[in-house]
Design a protein around this ligand. Structure first.
Ligand code: FE
Length: 229
């Protein structure tokens, strides 16, 4: 299981951080755990115990709905409560666990806040480190070799492909997740949301806006998507 652990000095990778995963990092191949999961899934499907489309739907729900709602609640609270925003900036792990969002892959959280001058974007160049307690399961594209390499080299083009065009003067900071540190992007609060409740504000916070590949929705956009009444 440890055959893929990287030594930054050994060449091949230059990530500037240590990555201590209990899994293989060979980029395009399935690691041992993935092979076991796939074998198990095939077996269960063959026996008729699971229905792959139903399983996909379940995974998609955790990827897009259940998981990211936690992060959205954190962001909405930060927008609404300057004291909580400060706590999140100072010690995101404590702030997030104060809302009971705790668990594996969330032990050391750092919140990075978007401002008019700086946009933050998160990647794991080595594999798919992701803050599970606040975002759930990582989307497929987050784990893709293309995103992992291009997010660092040409973040502006990657953002454009996600439909995000930032002003020329906005700097883009790319954060490389590791086994030790997971990042949560605090998107900018959209204009015209002054009187909104925390619950409604959370409806504006998309998964992608917390990875930095999207922006928070405006109230009109959220209504058009049926996320806000
Ligand atoms: Fe990783």
């Amino acid at each position: 299981m440890h055959s893929g652990d990287h030594d930054p000095e050994s060449g091949g990778h230059d990530h500037g951080h240590h990555h201590h995963h209990g899994h293989n990092h060979d980029h395009s191949e399935l690691d041992e755990m993935e092979l076991r999961v796939r074998a198990l899934e095939s077996l269960l499907t063959e026996k008729g115990y699971i229905d792959p489309p139903a399983l996909d739907a379940l995974i998609e729900t955790y990827e897009k709905q259940v998981g990211p709602r936690n992060g959205a609640a954190v962001v909405a609270r930060a927008w609404n409560d300057p004291g909580f925003m400060k706590m999140l900036r100072d010690d995101a792990t404590a702030a997030i666990s104060s809302m009971n969002f705790v668990g594996r892959q969330g032990e050391h959280m750092v919140a990075v806040e978007n401002t008019p001058g700086t946009h933050n974007m998160v990647v794991c160049t080595l594999c798919s480190c992701y803050p599970w307690p606040v975002l759930g399961l990582p989307p497929v594209w987050y784990k893709s070799p293309a995103y992992r390499s291009r997010a660092v080299i040409e973040p502006r083009s990657v953002l454009a492909e996600f439909g995000v065009t930032l002003p020329e003067g906005t700097a883009i900071k790319v954060w490389d997740s590791t086994a030790e540190v997971r990042y949560l992007v605090i998107p900018q609060r959209p204009a015209g949301t002054g009187g909104m409740s925390e619950e409604d504000l959370a409806c504006l916070v998309t998964r992608d806006s917390m990875i930095g590949t999207g922006l928070a929705l405006t109230p009109d956009e959220a209504r058009a998507k049926g996320l806000l009444s």
